[in-house]
Write a protein that binds this ligand. Structure first.
Ligand SMILES: [Zn+2]
Length: 461
């Protein structure tokens, strides 16, 4: 089907102000997951955001359906009623944290950027998808397939929205999710979470703490130890002080996401090495810490022998996010992003085989890798349209994160972030303080999505 890019540009220009206004309306709802209530499975605010998203859809002339407040969609009917194409975005957001320049729920604009919680993840992209449908409707684009813009309410904390939808409603023949980076991601590594418990009880280590989440590399970790002998010298990234026969050791590192450990320094690893190098713990404690030393020696798993590479994905990563003492044992969490030639069960088994004398490794959660072959016509339509409109020669990519795409039978994530295009330093990334989005790039994404949805009508699904 022919595409009139000039006409799309005109439409975007005409609708720009309304698009920004509608993003601001959604940002104003603090849709962080709350206590489930009757008719509000993810709490009051995600429900409110979903209702507002569907109201905006109706204002744009689209028909809208609320799927029991788990998720909803705007729809344009095509000739083939059964088979449909979907965009999948979400209206829930992560908590805001401290340090925002202005209120995170009152979107503001500066130098071509909009700032506010959710402008990029994923309220901005949600509005963009609704306006893509508005274009198809206004211009009477003949639709072979029905087109739906799915709006989820629980992406950030469990993806219960899409799981509910796929259990109770037919799945789309093809879906793309604007909730990641451009261009197109056709594979996500497996995600494994585990725990390594010590067999020994604490003796000389009174406390050891570090990290807050499985999937974040901590930049600070602390231990308090019974000191026998002299206070050891400080070291790189270490500060020590003694009081009443107790030695406090603070270790510092460089934080990052578990799926991208390159360039990070895990503070737990720094702490463990310092305790071992200075003989600050008992023999049994040292045997357990030696396992953690092996873990933290390399974020690609070579230290503990779980490394893997299938040449479809980048190599396995594994990091330890949280350390502590519970019920008289030490514990260390594990977060691994693994390719297709290993599994969570195998990671657990390998650690137990190699280090079982000193620790017990257990699987906490696992999601298998997801990969779809890149040569289908629908995926080629996405990447080719992206390249045509941006003038780039970008290629498909795979990643270690987890998005909606893995839950659907045939789906990819498709933009709209551009990590390769630098932003001013006052513009925050997704999930961060002062989360921001470039208006120009968001509108370019709208153009890409409109053109892609039109072209997908010609694809045999
Ligand atoms: Zn998101």
């Amino acid at each position: 089907m022919g595409i009139n890019l000039k006409d799309i540009d005109l439409f975007i220009e005409e609708n720009k102000e309304n698009i920004l206004r509608d993003i601001a309306r959604l940002v104003a709802v603090p849709s962080i997951e709350g206590e489930p209530e009757e008719g509000a499975p993810f709490g009051k605010e995600p429900k409110k955001a979903l209702e507002l998203g569907l109201k905006i859809a109706e204002e744009l002339g689209l028909s809208a359906r609320n799927c029991e407040n788990y998720i909803g969609y705007a729809e344009l009917s095509g000739e083939e009623k059964e088979k449909y194409i979907a965009t999948v975005t979400h209206l829930d957001v992560v908590p805001v944290g401290e340090g925002w320049t202005k209120s995170p729920f009152e979107m503001w604009e500066k130098d071509g950027y909009i700032i506010g919680r959710g402008v990029m993840d994923d309220k901005g992209p949600s509005v963009v998808c609704l306006y893509a449908l508005k274009y198809l409707k206004e211009k009477n684009i003949p639709l072979r397939y029905t087109v739906r813009a799915l709006l989820g309410a629980n992406e950030e904390t469990g993806m219960g929205d899409v799981q509910y939808f796929l259990k109770n409603y037919p799945a789309p023949a093809f879906a793309f999710s604007p909730d990641s980076n451009f261009p197109v991601c056709n594979g996500e590594k497996g995600i494994y979470q585990g725990m390594i418990y010590s067999k020994c009880a604490p003796e000389k280590i009174v406390s050891i703490e570090g990290g807050m989440a499985f999937n974040v590399i901590p930049d600070k970790a602390t231990a308090v130890l019974k000191l026998e002998g002299k206070v050891p010298a400080a070291a790189e990234n270490i500060e020590v002080f003694e009081k009443d026969g107790l030695l406090t050791v603070n270790a510092f590192g460089k934080s990052g996401h578990a799926s991208m450990p390159e360039g990070t320094v895990n503070a737990i690893g720094v702490l463990v090495n310092y305790i071992l190098d200075n003989n600050l713990c008992s023999e049994a404690e040292a045997e357990y810490l030696a396992v953690l030393k092996a873990l933290h020696s390399c974020p690609y798993g070579t230290g503990i022998g779980v490394d893997a590479d299938d040449h479809k994905f980048s190599p396995l990563t594994i990091i330890g996010g949280i350390i502590g003492i519970k019920d008289g044992k030490f514990f260390q969490s594990l977060d691994s992003r693994y390719p297709t030639n290993t599994s969570g069960a195998q990671i657990t088994a390998t650690v137990n085989e190699k280090f079982g004398e000193h620790c017990i490794c257990e699987t906490v959660a696992e999601m298998e890798p997801f990969y779809i072959e890149p040569d289908s016509a629908e995926i080629q339509t996405c990447i080719n349209t992206y390249n045509e409109i941006t003038g780039e020669k970008a290629e498909l990519y795979t990643m270690g994160g987890g998005t909606y795409a893995r839950d659907f039978p045939n789906a990819v994530s498709f933009g709209p972030e551009h990590p390769e295009r630098p932003m001013p330093e006052w513009v925050g990334a997704v999930h961060c303080v002062d989360e921001g989005a470039s208006v120009e790039f968001l509108l370019e994404a709208l153009k890409i999505y409109i053109a892609t949805l039109i072209r997908l009508q010609d694809v045999e699904l």
